[in-house]
Design a binder for this molecule. Structure first.
Ligand SMILES: [Zn+2]
Ligand SMILES: [Zn+2]
Length: 241
Protein backbone atom coordinates (compact mmCIF):
# COMPACT_ATOMS: atom_id res chain seq x y z
CA UNK A 1 0.00 0.00 0.00
CA UNK A 2 1.75 3.13 -1.22
CA UNK A 3 2.03 6.01 1.22
CA UNK A 4 0.92 9.47 0.07
CA UNK A 5 3.51 11.95 1.32
CA UNK A 6 3.52 13.92 3.48
CA UNK A 7 0.62 12.49 5.46
CA UNK A 8 1.34 8.79 5.09
CA UNK A 9 -2.31 8.17 4.42
CA UNK A 10 -3.69 4.86 3.27
CA UNK A 11 -7.17 3.41 3.58
CA UNK A 12 -5.86 0.42 5.52
CA UNK A 13 -4.10 2.80 7.94
CA UNK A 14 -7.38 4.68 8.45
CA UNK A 15 -9.18 1.37 9.04
CA UNK A 16 -6.58 0.27 11.61
CA UNK A 17 -7.00 3.65 13.36
CA UNK A 18 -10.81 3.40 13.33
CA UNK A 19 -10.71 -0.11 14.81
CA UNK A 20 -8.00 0.38 17.45
CA UNK A 21 -8.95 3.87 18.74
CA UNK A 22 -12.36 2.86 20.16
CA UNK A 23 -10.79 -0.28 21.69
CA UNK A 24 -8.14 1.82 23.47
CA UNK A 25 -10.65 4.47 24.56
CA UNK A 26 -13.04 1.88 25.94
CA UNK A 27 -10.30 -0.09 27.69
CA UNK A 28 -9.17 2.96 29.70
CA UNK A 29 -12.65 3.74 30.98
CA UNK A 30 -13.86 0.14 31.33
CA UNK A 31 -10.73 -1.42 32.81
CA UNK A 32 -8.34 1.11 34.36
CA UNK A 33 -11.12 3.37 35.62
CA UNK A 34 -14.35 1.53 36.42
CA UNK A 35 -12.89 -1.95 37.07
CA UNK A 36 -9.42 -1.52 38.60
CA UNK A 37 -9.75 1.91 40.27
CA UNK A 38 -13.32 1.80 41.56
CA UNK A 39 -14.24 -1.91 41.39
CA UNK A 40 -17.65 -0.96 40.00
CA UNK A 41 -18.09 -4.55 38.83
CA UNK A 42 -16.40 -7.94 39.01
CA UNK A 43 -15.01 -10.03 36.17
CA UNK A 44 -13.29 -13.43 36.00
CA UNK A 45 -9.57 -12.94 36.76
CA UNK A 46 -8.43 -14.10 33.30
CA UNK A 47 -10.69 -11.48 31.72
CA UNK A 48 -9.39 -8.77 34.08
CA UNK A 49 -5.81 -9.58 33.05
CA UNK A 50 -6.74 -9.61 29.36
CA UNK A 51 -8.49 -6.23 29.67
CA UNK A 52 -5.51 -4.79 31.54
CA UNK A 53 -3.05 -5.94 28.85
CA UNK A 54 -5.28 -4.40 26.16
CA UNK A 55 -5.44 -1.16 28.19
CA UNK A 56 -1.64 -0.88 28.31
CA UNK A 57 -1.91 -0.17 24.55
CA UNK A 58 -3.21 3.28 25.53
CA UNK A 59 0.37 4.05 26.69
CA UNK A 60 -1.01 5.80 29.78
CA UNK A 61 1.30 3.91 32.11
CA UNK A 62 0.93 0.62 33.94
CA UNK A 63 -2.16 -0.13 36.03
CA UNK A 64 -0.46 0.79 39.34
CA UNK A 65 0.47 4.29 38.17
CA UNK A 66 -2.84 5.02 36.48
CA UNK A 67 -5.02 3.66 39.27
CA UNK A 68 -2.80 5.27 41.93
CA UNK A 69 -2.93 8.71 40.33
CA UNK A 70 -6.68 8.50 39.87
CA UNK A 71 -7.32 7.41 43.46
CA UNK A 72 -5.17 10.33 44.63
CA UNK A 73 -7.26 12.61 42.38
CA UNK A 74 -10.43 11.46 44.12
CA UNK A 75 -8.81 11.82 47.55
CA UNK A 76 -7.78 15.45 47.01
CA UNK A 77 -10.10 16.55 44.16
CA UNK A 78 -9.33 20.17 43.24
CA UNK A 79 -7.42 20.67 46.49
CA UNK A 80 -3.76 20.66 47.47
CA UNK A 81 -2.44 17.20 46.51
CA UNK A 82 -4.65 16.66 43.43
CA UNK A 83 -2.19 15.65 40.67
CA UNK A 84 -4.21 17.31 37.90
CA UNK A 85 -6.57 20.07 38.99
CA UNK A 86 -7.31 22.99 36.63
CA UNK A 87 -6.76 25.21 39.70
CA UNK A 88 -3.07 24.84 38.79
CA UNK A 89 -3.79 25.88 35.19
CA UNK A 90 -5.87 24.31 32.42
CA UNK A 91 -2.90 23.09 30.40
CA UNK A 92 -1.33 21.66 33.58
CA UNK A 93 -4.47 19.62 34.29
CA UNK A 94 -4.71 18.56 30.65
CA UNK A 95 -1.21 17.26 30.01
CA UNK A 96 1.79 18.79 31.77
CA UNK A 97 1.03 17.04 35.08
CA UNK A 98 1.93 13.75 33.41
CA UNK A 99 5.57 14.79 33.11
CA UNK A 100 5.96 15.08 36.89
CA UNK A 101 5.61 12.72 39.83
CA UNK A 102 2.33 12.84 41.70
CA UNK A 103 2.51 14.77 45.02
CA UNK A 104 1.44 11.54 46.74
CA UNK A 105 2.96 8.10 46.09
CA UNK A 106 0.60 6.06 43.84
CA UNK A 107 1.98 2.84 45.38
CA UNK A 108 0.47 3.74 48.75
CA UNK A 109 -3.07 3.55 47.37
CA UNK A 110 -2.71 0.47 45.15
CA UNK A 111 -1.94 -2.22 47.72
CA UNK A 112 -4.82 -4.36 46.39
CA UNK A 113 -3.19 -4.50 42.94
CA UNK A 114 0.29 -5.05 44.36
CA UNK A 115 -0.89 -8.24 46.08
CA UNK A 116 -1.67 -9.71 42.65
CA UNK A 117 1.56 -11.07 41.11
CA UNK A 118 0.15 -11.18 37.57
CA UNK A 119 -0.88 -7.53 37.84
CA UNK A 120 2.61 -6.63 39.12
CA UNK A 121 4.14 -8.23 35.99
CA UNK A 122 1.68 -6.54 33.66
CA UNK A 123 2.60 -3.26 35.35
CA UNK A 124 6.35 -3.83 34.93
CA UNK A 125 5.95 -4.78 31.27
CA UNK A 126 3.19 -2.32 30.38
CA UNK A 127 5.26 -0.95 27.47
CA UNK A 128 5.64 -4.35 25.81
CA UNK A 129 2.20 -4.92 24.17
CA UNK A 130 2.43 -1.53 22.43
CA UNK A 131 5.93 -2.35 21.09
CA UNK A 132 4.75 -5.77 19.85
CA UNK A 133 1.70 -4.19 18.19
CA UNK A 134 3.94 -1.60 16.51
CA UNK A 135 6.30 -4.27 15.16
CA UNK A 136 3.41 -6.43 13.91
CA UNK A 137 1.72 -3.46 12.20
CA UNK A 138 4.97 -2.34 10.59
CA UNK A 139 5.93 -5.73 9.21
CA UNK A 140 2.44 -6.82 8.11
CA UNK A 141 0.73 -3.62 6.95
CA UNK A 142 3.52 -1.06 6.63
CA UNK A 143 4.70 2.25 8.03
CA UNK A 144 1.37 4.09 7.52
CA UNK A 145 -0.45 1.55 9.69
CA UNK A 146 2.22 1.89 12.39
CA UNK A 147 1.85 5.70 12.38
CA UNK A 148 -1.97 5.67 12.41
CA UNK A 149 -2.46 2.57 14.53
CA UNK A 150 0.08 3.42 17.24
CA UNK A 151 1.14 7.09 16.94
CA UNK A 152 -2.07 8.92 16.05
CA UNK A 153 -4.30 6.55 18.05
CA UNK A 154 -2.20 7.00 21.19
CA UNK A 155 -2.22 10.80 20.92
CA UNK A 156 -6.01 10.90 20.34
CA UNK A 157 -6.80 8.58 23.27
CA UNK A 158 -4.44 10.63 25.47
CA UNK A 159 -6.51 13.73 24.74
CA UNK A 160 -9.84 11.92 25.24
CA UNK A 161 -8.68 10.90 28.73
CA UNK A 162 -7.05 14.24 29.50
CA UNK A 163 -10.24 16.16 28.68
CA UNK A 164 -11.89 14.40 31.63
CA UNK A 165 -9.25 15.87 33.96
CA UNK A 166 -9.19 19.33 32.39
CA UNK A 167 -12.47 20.19 30.58
CA UNK A 168 -14.77 18.13 32.85
CA UNK A 169 -13.38 20.04 35.85
CA UNK A 170 -13.84 23.41 34.08
CA UNK A 171 -16.96 23.54 31.87
CA UNK A 172 -20.38 21.93 31.96
CA UNK A 173 -23.24 21.51 34.41
CA UNK A 174 -23.54 19.92 37.80
CA UNK A 175 -26.27 17.54 38.96
CA UNK A 176 -24.73 17.17 42.42
CA UNK A 177 -23.11 19.51 44.92
CA UNK A 178 -19.74 17.79 45.33
CA UNK A 179 -16.72 19.23 47.15
CA UNK A 180 -14.84 19.79 43.89
CA UNK A 181 -15.31 21.42 40.49
CA UNK A 182 -16.34 18.27 38.61
CA UNK A 183 -18.78 18.87 35.74
CA UNK A 184 -20.89 16.96 33.26
CA UNK A 185 -19.78 17.81 29.73
CA UNK A 186 -21.54 16.15 26.78
CA UNK A 187 -18.72 16.32 24.23
CA UNK A 188 -16.24 14.82 26.65
CA UNK A 189 -18.79 12.08 27.35
CA UNK A 190 -18.92 11.31 23.62
CA UNK A 191 -15.13 11.31 23.14
CA UNK A 192 -14.44 9.27 26.28
CA UNK A 193 -17.38 6.84 26.06
CA UNK A 194 -19.26 8.17 29.10
CA UNK A 195 -16.50 9.55 31.32
CA UNK A 196 -17.65 13.12 30.65
CA UNK A 197 -20.53 12.65 33.15
CA UNK A 198 -17.83 13.43 35.63
CA UNK A 199 -19.83 15.32 38.27
CA UNK A 200 -22.13 12.28 38.58
CA UNK A 201 -19.03 10.12 38.94
CA UNK A 202 -17.48 12.28 41.66
CA UNK A 203 -20.81 12.12 43.51
CA UNK A 204 -21.03 8.30 43.34
CA UNK A 205 -17.54 7.05 42.60
CA UNK A 206 -18.21 3.33 42.78
CA UNK A 207 -21.27 3.37 40.52
CA UNK A 208 -20.67 1.52 37.23
CA UNK A 209 -23.12 3.91 35.60
CA UNK A 210 -21.84 7.48 35.11
CA UNK A 211 -24.61 8.82 32.88
CA UNK A 212 -27.44 8.89 35.41
CA UNK A 213 -29.98 11.39 34.11
CA UNK A 214 -32.14 11.27 30.94
CA UNK A 215 -30.03 12.15 27.91
CA UNK A 216 -26.73 11.23 29.58
CA UNK A 217 -25.73 8.35 27.31
CA UNK A 218 -22.95 6.26 28.80
CA UNK A 219 -21.48 3.84 26.26
CA UNK A 220 -19.16 2.17 28.76
CA UNK A 221 -22.06 1.33 31.04
CA UNK A 222 -23.88 -0.27 28.10
CA UNK A 223 -20.79 -2.41 27.50
CA UNK A 224 -20.76 -3.43 31.19
CA UNK A 225 -24.43 -4.43 30.91
CA UNK A 226 -23.59 -6.49 27.83
CA UNK A 227 -20.70 -8.18 29.66
CA UNK A 228 -23.11 -8.95 32.51
CA UNK A 229 -25.54 -10.58 30.07
CA UNK A 230 -22.83 -12.84 28.62
CA UNK A 231 -21.49 -13.77 32.06
CA UNK A 232 -18.28 -11.69 32.01
CA UNK A 233 -19.39 -9.08 34.58
CA UNK A 234 -21.10 -9.50 37.92
CA UNK A 235 -21.82 -7.46 41.07
CA UNK A 236 -22.37 -4.37 38.91
CA UNK A 237 -22.78 -1.43 41.31
CA UNK A 238 -25.82 0.69 40.47
CA UNK A 239 -26.22 4.36 41.41
CA UNK A 240 -28.06 5.10 44.62
CA UNK A 241 -31.59 6.38 43.98
ZN1 LIG B 1 -12.29 14.31 38.51
ZN1 LIG C 1 -12.86 7.91 39.18
Amino acid sequence: MAAIAPFYFSWSALLVFLVLTPISTLSVTLCYHRLLTHRSFDTPKWFEYLLTIVTTLSWQGGPMTWVGNHRIHHKYSDMEGDPHTPNDGFSWSHLWWMLFNSPDDPRKVTLDLQRDNVMVWIDKLFWLPQVVLGIVLYYTLGLECLLWGVGLRTVCVFHFTWFVNSAAHTWGYRNFETNDNSRNLWWVAILSFGEGWHNNHHHQQSSAQHGMMPGEFDFTYQVIRFLEKVGLASKVIQPRP
